[in-house]
Design a binder for this molecule. Structure first.
Ligand SMILES: C[S@@+](CC[C@H](N)C(=O)[O-])C[C@H]1O[C@@H](n2cnc3c(N)ncnc32)[C@H](O)[C@@H]1O
Length: 397
C-alpha cells in the first residue's frame, strides 16, 4: 500500500483534531486552505499546459457555441434592465473573457447592459483572473455570494466544473454498518506521520435515511465490506447561497455527473474521486495534499433535490456533445474547411478542440443541467425554458 507522508501543516491539524477528520474536512483543507490548499494558494493551473484542461481552456470555440444560449436567456429578461453574467469558480478566467468577447461582438446591445460578476472564494485564483480580465470588453467585478445576496442581480449564472470541487463526504460499508470515512494519522512514534483513509463513527439515522433515495439503504451481497463512495452534502448549501444572489434568471451547471443508479452501482466500489496534477490522473486522494486537484462526479438526483430545495426550477439537461451539436458545433467544424490554409496549425488545433468538446468518451460526456430562478416577470416567461441546447440536435443529413 502506498505510504502518504503528512506534510507538517496537515499533521498539526490532524493532531489538534484528535488524529482523525471526516474526508470532507480533509478535502476542504487540501483544496481551499488559503495558504496550503491547491486552489486556495493559487497553485493549480487550468489549461492544456497546466494541471488539467477544461473545455474553455481549449480555446474560444466552446464560449462561442455557448454564447447564443446565454444571449437567449439574457434577452428573456425585461427590456432595458441591467443584466449580469455571473461566473462561479472562474479558474483562470478563460470562459468569462471569451463569453464577454462573444457577447460584445454578437449581441452589442445586450452586452452594453451586461456586467461580468465573478464569484471566486480562493484569493490565489482571483489574482490571475483579475490579470486576464483586465481589458475584458464588459465591466467586471468580483463578489462573494453573501455580497451578491445583499444586492441580487438578474441574468445568468454559470457553474462550469465548479461543483466537482466542493468537498464530498466519504462513506464506507463495514459489513454491518455504514460508517463515515475520514483521514487519520498513523505511523511509528518519532517517525514522520503518515496519512490513511480510516472508517469512523456509524452514520446517524438522518444520513441513513438519505441513502434510501440513492439505492444504498440495503447494500446487499454485491457490496462487500470496504465498499466506499461519496455523498454530496455541500451541494444544497452552495445552491441555496447561489440562488440568493440571482433575483431572476438561469443557472447552467456543467460537470461530470451520473444518475444515482450508475453512481452507486455495486461495481463502482470506490466512488468517483480522482486527483489531477500536471496532466496526470490518480485515484489516490492522499498523495501530496495541497498539490493535486481533487474532484468527485456529481450525482444527478442529489443535485436536482438540492437545487429544488434552494429555490431553483429544473429546466432540463443534456450531455455536452448533444448540447454543442444543437448549438451549431457541426456547422462550426464544417466552416473550418472553408477557411484559408494560411494558418493550418491553428485550424488543425481548433478542429481537434471541437472534436474533443463533443467526444462522447471525453468532454462530450459532461452534463449540462439548466435551472431557473423564477423572477418577477421576465419578458420571456416560460419561453425561456425552450432553450437552444434543450432542442433536438439537427438531423445529420
Ligand atoms: C476546476 S476549476 C474550474 C475553472 C473554470 N470554471 C473552467 O472550467 O476552466 C474550479 C474553480 O472553482 C473555484 N471554486 C472552488 N470552490 C468554489 C466554491 N465553493 N464556489 C465558487 N467557486 C469555487 C476554484 O477556486 C476554481 O476557480
Amino acid at each position: 500500500m502506498t505510504q502518504h507522508p503528512a506534510p507538517p501543516w496537515l499533521a498539526e491539524r490532524l493532531h489538534a483534531a484528535g488524529g482523525w477528520v471526516p474526508f470532507s474536512t480533509y478535502m476542504q483543507w487540501a483544496l481551499h486552505d488559503p495558504e496550503h490548499g491547491a486552489y486556495g494558494s493559487g497553485r493549480l493551473q487550468v489549461g492544456p499546459r497546466g494541471d488539467f484542461a477544461t473545455s474553455p481552456s481549449l480555446g474560444p470555440d466552446f464560449a462561442a457555441l455557448l454564447a447564443p444560449q446565454l444571449a437567449q436567456w439574457l434577452e428573456a429578461q425585461p427590456a432595458q434592465s441591467p443584466l449580469a453574467l455571473v461566473e462561479t469558480g472562474p479558474g483562470e478566467g478563460h470562459l468569462a473573457l471569451q463569453l464577454a468577447g462573444a457577447l460584445a461582438q454578437g449581441w452589442p446591445a445586450l452586452a452594453a447592459r451586461t456586467e461580468l460578476v465573478l464569484v471566486e472564494p480562493n484569493p490565489g485564483m482571483a489574482v490571475r483572473q483579475r490579470q486576464l480580465l483586465e481589458h475584458a470588453p464588459l465591466p467586471c467585478r468580483w463578489c462573494s455570494f453573501e455580497a451578491l445576496a445583499a444586492n441580487p442581480v438578474a441574468g445568468v449564472m454559470l457553474a462550469h466544473e465548479v461543483l466537482d470541487a466542493l468537498a464530498v463526504e466519504r462513506i464506507v460499508w463495514d459489513g454491518a454498518l455504514w460508517r463515515h470515512q475520514g483521514v487519520a494519522l498513523h505511523g511509528e512514534p518519532g517517525a514522520q506521520p503518515l496519512l490513511r483513509l480510516q472508517a469512523g463513527e456509524p452514520l446517524p439515522p438522518p444520513a441513513l435515511a438519505s441513502l434510501a433515495a440513492l439505492g444504498l439503504a440495503d447494500p446487499g451481497p454485491q457490496r462487500p465490506p470496504g465498499w466506499a463512495t461519496e455523498l454530496h452534502g455541500g451541494l444544497a448549501p452552495w445552491l441555496q447561497r447561489a440562488g440568493q444572489g440571482l433575483a431572476s434568471g438561469q443557472l447552467l451547471v456543467v460537470d461530470y455527473a451520473h444518475e444515482a443508479w450508475r453512481y452507486y452501482a455495486p461495481q463502482r466500489s470506490n466512488g468517483t474521486l480522482m486527483a489531477y496534477r500536471q496532466q496526470q490522473a490518480s485515484d489516490d486522494p492522499l498523495g501530496e495534499p495541497g498539490h493535486w486537484d481533487l474532484t468527485a462526479h456529481l450525482c444527478i438526483e442529489t443535485l436536482l433535490e438540492a437545487a429544488e430545495a434552494g429555490g431553483w426550477r429544473p429546466l432540463g439537461q443534456r450531455r455536452q456533445g448533444e448540447a454543442l451539436l444543437a448549438l451549431g458545433l457541426a456547422q462550426r467544424l464544417h466552416g473550418l474547411q472553408t477557411q484559408g490554409v494560411g494558418a493550418l496549425p491553428q485550424l488543425l488545433s481548433r478542429r481537434e478542440a471541437l472534436l474533443r468538446l463533443a467526444d462522447p468518451i471525453a468532454l462530450g460526456d459532461f452534463r449540462w443541467l439548466a435551472f431557473e430562478r423564477p423572477g418577477p416577470s421576465p419578458a420571456g416567461g416560460a419561453g425561456a425554458a425552450i432553450s437552444l441546447f434543450l432542442q433536438d440536435p439537427p438531423p445529420p443529413w
